[in-house]
Write a protein that binds this ligand. Sequence first.
Ligand SMILES: Cc1ncc(COP(=O)(O)O)c(C=O)c1O
Length: 382
Amino acid sequence: MSIDERLANTQFPLPVIRQVNQAKHPTAIGLGLGELRDFPVDTKVLDAIQEALHSDGTNYTANAGLPKLRQAVAKRQYATDGFNYSPEHVVVTIGVQNAMYAAIKTLAKLGAKRVLIPAINFGIYRKIPLDFGMEAVTYPLTPDFGIDLARLSEMVLPDDLIVINSPSNPTGRVLTVQEQKELALVLKSCLTGGYVLSDEIYSQLVYEGEPATSFSAFFERTIVLDGISKSAATAGLRVGWIVTRNLKLAQAFTSNNTTVISCPPTLNQYGAIPVVNGDTQPTIDSYNQTLLKNRNHAVGILKKNQIPVVVPRGSFYLFPELSYRIHSPVKQFCIELAKRPDGVVVIPGEAFDAPGYIRISLATDQIEEGMNRLVRMLKEQK
Ligand SMILES: Cc1ncc(COP(=O)(O)O)c(C=O)c1O
């Protein structure tokens, strides 16, 4: 078969999230956002970009990123896990999406065969391994979206890659220190040649209880993936990074990513420095206050209407199961809901391998009206 024939026979279906957003009526309320779009960006970020415009902001940086940013990431990572990182342990990427791609590509080339991913997951965890001929296998979660440790431990092979994501998209679940210690204890005996890929992109967005701790504080063979997309309300700047304790592995990540991106956008790397340094912490604190308020409103409305939900304390999502209340498939329900002038946009759980659920974003100033509309439409289903 020729290239053109293969192309003609290949379909590129719209992702579920896009399908729902395309159906959106102009007056429907958006509870589907995966970013803090309407939250003000800290002026320190904008000032750093502006300043860089007058220095070397329009030049390439080193392939692994600006030394000053890598130094800031190394320092921040040291503060959470106590390992003496240098800038050489850090590889700057174009967001965590690119970080995950570079890490899995590299580890596949080094012989990794299998990636274990959470049963409810952010979609790229399944898709990226497929690009490299790897198998993605799901591990079960507990009813409150924690990791089912007993069942995970039965599955792990010594050279596996294991993706964890805390705080989680889409569940909002944050692993506690105790849970991470227990996970690390299990992995120390069974994951002797592989790595944990810890997606910590929501690490700064914990609005209640104990803050998030990097999994690398508990397990040495952890590759940390983080960035500024979520916590700084700057998803479009596309700055993320990978941190590993293994310098040779960091070199391998850089080498494998250089053919794809050369280097991350320079101006945006400058913009990330005040975020990583902690200079924008008051702004992040204010985001968390808003998210907590929105969570309380949204959970209150669900509870008042006898709709059970696992109460999250991080990222910015609620993830209730709704299939038992809806006649049509949940995806169809979401599309119908988005189309109505008095509707809302919520994301069908199918996008996260959990078809009975919906994801509600708390990143909005219309949470009450949005939730009331959702509940009204659910009542119509009776
Ligand atoms: C769990 C998770 N990981 C990674 C990403 C991608 O992050 P970035 O925008 O930094 O590429 C997202 C974005 O939605 C996410 O929710």
